[in-house]
Design a protein around this ligand. Structure first.
Ligand code: SAH
Ligand code: DHB
Ligand code: MG
Length: 225
């Protein structure tokens, strides 16, 4: 198994280079985040454009991200919505938010990215209370134990036709480990999320496993109706 993951990581690197996926701005954002001491847990260079492509395929103009870190995925999402679109991204750590602000500005998408500092649960309540335009895509990528709560908020902040993506569903054994009673809080969160998604008639979803630069993982993709 480890061999497959190692080989897949090499292939992932190759594909990213073969398609010239990252430009200087993205490489600089990644490097600046690592240099500032942020954990290297941003989406991989092959997953970033997947987010961007989802937004473009949808024709999305408004995106909500939960979990900014250094803004790497936010840059991809901002490229997806285009210069007239907007990405609202929620982050609890002031240092992460500050590094992200510099990175998105440096990447030339600062105008389209709003970074909201605070616990995501509070920021989501404030967004719901503000009653703005619905989001076309929501990307859940913060503290996994709270994903059920974030999904409930996402359902109130979207419209029929919107898409919800949940990162890190499989990492560390993920949902199956929880079902088998061997996972931690993140795995329990993943399992709880699967049950909620299954029981929500408004959601049509699948879970896709991934293997590559960040090991063996997977994401949930859901369509809101
Ligand atoms: N989406 C980013 C990676 C996010 S990592 C990318 O791919 O580039 C997860 C982030 O969620 C971290 O920055 C962490 O500080 C933040 N986070 C954790 N708990 C949170 C909470 N309760 N509210 C808001 N952000 C939170
Ligand atoms: C972790 C968080 C992430 O969002 C991710 O993509 C990978 C790892 C973590 O908390 O370890
Ligand atoms: Mg993640």
């Amino acid at each position: 198994m480890t061999e497959v993951v190692e080989r897949a990581t090499v292939v992932d690197d190759y594909l990213v280079r073969a398609l010239a996926i990252e430009d200087d701005a993205l490489r600089a954002a990644r490097a600046a985040s690592h240099a500032a001491g942020l954990p290297a847990i941003e989406v991989t260079a092959s997953q970033g454009p997947l987010l961007s492509l989802f937004v473009r395929i949808l024709g999305g103009r408004r995106v909500l991200e939960i979990g900014t870190l250094g803004g790497y995925s936010a840059i991809w999402l901002a490229r997806g919505v285009g210069p007239d679109g907007q990405v609202v991204t929620l982050e609890i750590e002031p240092k992460h938010a500050q590094v992200a602000r510099e990175n998105v500005d440096q990447a030339g998408v600062g105008k389209s990215v709003e970074i909201v500092l605070g616990a995501a649960a509070n920021s989501l309540d404030a967004l719901i209370a503000a009653g703005g335009e619905p989001f076309d895509l929501v990307f859940l990528d913060a503290d996994k134990q709270n994903n059920a709560r974030y999904l409930a908020a996402a359902l109130r902040l979207t419209r029929p036709g919107s898409v919800i993506v949940v990162d890190n569903l499989v990492r560390g054994g993920g949902a199956l480990a929880a079902a088998e009673g061997t996972g931690g809080p993140a795995a329990d969160g993943a399992q709880e999320l699967l049950t909620i998604v299954r029981d929500k008639p408004r959601l049509t979803a699948t879970a896709v496993q991934t293997v590559g630069g960040k090991g063996w993982d997977g994401f949930l993709l859901a369509h809101v109706s």
